[in-house]
Design a protein around this ligand. Structure first.
Ligand SMILES: Nc1ncnc2c1ncn2[C@@H]1O[C@H](COP(=O)(O)OP(=O)(O)OP(=O)(O)O)[C@@H](O)[C@H]1O
Length: 253
């Protein structure tokens, strides 16, 4: 379990993320078109959209990994990108950023040092994070010997290391088997209950249902931002998949 302190610093705070008229172009192509969005502190917020709709690009702008061509992004009140913010959120990218020739533990020690963790606290956090993703038995294995799903879980453990009050997860459960997926979701829900803000992208409808609010993205535009229930009600749909299509989603997410 993650200690109570995970959510420290978030209570009573302003929005976790605020995007104002974000536009991102690659060459002549506008991938995100004037997106405005506010994620409240403590929300479990889902970004849902078909492949190529711009979810990862949006996540990269929120975390300051990429910079918008127009508009502004604030995270925890700070204008992004800002290097000092790195220690204040946990980020799990879609492509695992791991050193495959090192063991999982060596990877964790490396990232822990980036987050300023050392000594007993570092060791405790490594243990707790790896316990959550059920990889404790594989701590000393080289990452090169990990399966794709194990690498995803290790990436998730890394994002949890410094007990951030804000987690940004790009498709956290892709390639993870259903049993473990369920236990990871249980943990994410528990974190949210303790006040952690979680922003995640997903293709999976039952995961989207678990979010407090969803932003639906299609072709770089937001087609809806609301609770799953309200999105279904608005479109007269029984399920999110139908709602998504009713809102103009050509391809299924
Ligand atoms: N660095 C880049 N240079 C050029 N085009 C890019 C770049 N990054 C993303 N794109 C394009 O921007 C569009 C949105 O990509 P993005 O990865 O954000 O989509 P996505 O919704 O996350 O897709 P998926 O669900 O498949 O991960 C795609 O058409 C992609 O090819």
């Amino acid at each position: 379990m993650i200690p109570q302190s995970l959510s420290s610093g978030m209570s009573g705070a302003g929005p976790a993320a605020e995007l104002q008229r974000i536009t991102r172009r690659f060459g002549h192509r506008t991938v995100l078109d004037e997106i405005s969005l506010t994620v409240a502190s403590g929300e479990l917020f889902g970004l849902l959209g078909p492949s190529g709709s711009g979810k990862t690009t949006l996540v990269k702008l929120i975390t300051g990994i990429d910079k918008a061509d127009a508009g502004s992004v604030r995270m925890l009140g700070e204008l992004m990108p800002k290097l000092a913010m790195l220690q204040r959120f946990g980020y799990m990218a879609q492509a695992d950023a791991l050193y495959s020739e090192l063991t999982a533990k060596e990877n964790l020690v490396f990232f822990a040092s980036l987050y300023g963790l050392s000594g007993a606290r570092r060791n405790d956090r490594i243990h707790q994070s790896m316990e959550i993703v059920n990889l404790l038995d594989h701590l000393n294995k080289p990452v090169a010997a990990y399966s794709g799903g194990m690498k995803r879980r290790l990436s998730l453990a890394i994002s949890l290391l410094h007990e951030p009050g804000l987690l940004v997860l790009d498709e956290p459960t892709v390639g993870i088997d259903p049993v473990l997926r369920q236990s990871i979701w249980k943990e994410l829900t528990a974190m949210r209950e303790r006040g952690t803000t979680i922003i995640l992208t997903t293709h999976v409808m039952d995961e989207a249902e678990k979010c407090d609010r969803l932003a639906l993205i299609q072709d770089g535009k937001l087609t809806a931002v609301d609770t799953p229930e309200a999105i279904k009600a608005k479109t007269g749909s029984d399920n999110l998949e139908d709602a998504f299509i009713a809102l103009g989603g050509g391809a299924r997410p």
